[in-house]
Design a protein around this ligand. Structure first.
Ligand SMILES: Nc1ncnc2c1ncn2[C@@H]1O[C@H](COP(=O)(O)OP(=O)(O)O)[C@@H](O)[C@H]1O
Ligand SMILES: [Mg+2]
Length: 239
């Protein structure tokens, strides 16, 4: 059975079809890239998947169960965790406390959360800033911290929205290395990124959206060479 099945999902804002009858499925252990020009509906689709916006149409199944009308907390508890394009951490809480809070919200005991947080701080090279307020961390460190919050309890599927944007190359490699290692262990991912070299390197398969619709869904290199995809990036979306 697929881990995540998206069927005929749509969302309009006034007259604008931000997401237009999107259907695709992600199998257990897949690492799928999601690309598309600015405004093509990627973040809106992730908002629907994570319960932050209700769809106007369609269904989202997580392990065969509909989740499209659940609230974000319930979706997260069901195992679908989300990282935001605009970083969301508790700025006036320490980095460590951000991780502990995420772990407690996902049902860990304090002791379990503390052990897990220690491990993640080390793996994400954040040990030295663990006691600083998250708001004092660099943009890249905040991204790494939010990323860590998604993995306090390994999710059924991790949705990452532009995790590498404006992140220092060293931290980008830390994050990419962590993703590679978890993927090798069977973790399932959907990753939105404009960073094509990273998408090519990490993702065997990529879905491309344009003007709300899926225009390509196949092996990453084939997607990047698809004339329809190239046209979309060059601004041919008037068609
Ligand atoms: N809350 C909203 N209200 C109105 N329009 C929105 C809203 N959210 C997104 N949009 C519009 O929907 C389209 C898709 O946006 P988005 O999903 O953010 O695209 P992407 O993440 O691919 O850049 C854009 O035209 C955007 O302006
Ligand atoms: Mg976006």
């Amino acid at each position: 059975m697929s881990c995540l099945t998206i069927s005929g999902v749509g969302k309009s804002f006034g007259g604008l079809r931000a997401v237009d009858r999107v259907s695709f499925a992600i199998d257990n252990g897949e690492l799928v890239g999601l690309i598309g020009p600015n405004g093509s509906g990627k973040t809106t689709l992730l908002n629907i998947l994570s319960g932050h916006q209700p769809p106007d149409a369609g269904t989202v199944l997580l392990d065969g169960k509909p989740i499209q009308h659940l609230k974000p907390e319930r979706v997260a508890q069901a195992g679908l965790l989300r990282m935001f394009q605009l970083t969301r951490v508790f700025r006036r809480m320490s980095a460590l406390d951000n991780l502990l809070t995420a772990g407690r919200a996902l049902g860990l005991t304090h002791r379990q959360a503390a052990a897990r947080a220690e491990q993640l701080l080390e793996e994400l090279t954040l040990e030295r800033v663990s006691d600083l307020d998250a708001g004092q961390l660099s943009g890249g460190q905040q991204k790494l911290l939010e990323f860590g919050c998604c993995f306090m309890v390994p999710p059924r599927i991790a949705l990452l929205d532009e995790p590498f944007a404006a992140v220092h190359p060293t931290m980008k490699e830390t994050m990419a290395g962590y993703i590679r290692a978890r993927y090798a262990e069977g973790q399932t991912f959907l990753i939105v990124s404009h960073d094509m070299p990273v998408i090519v390197e990490l993702c065997p398969r990529t879905v491309c959206m344009n003007a709300g619709a899926v225009i390509a869904d196949e092996a990453t290199r084939a997607v990047l060479n698809d004339p329809v995809v190239i046209e979309a990036y060059l601004g041919g979306e008037a068609a």
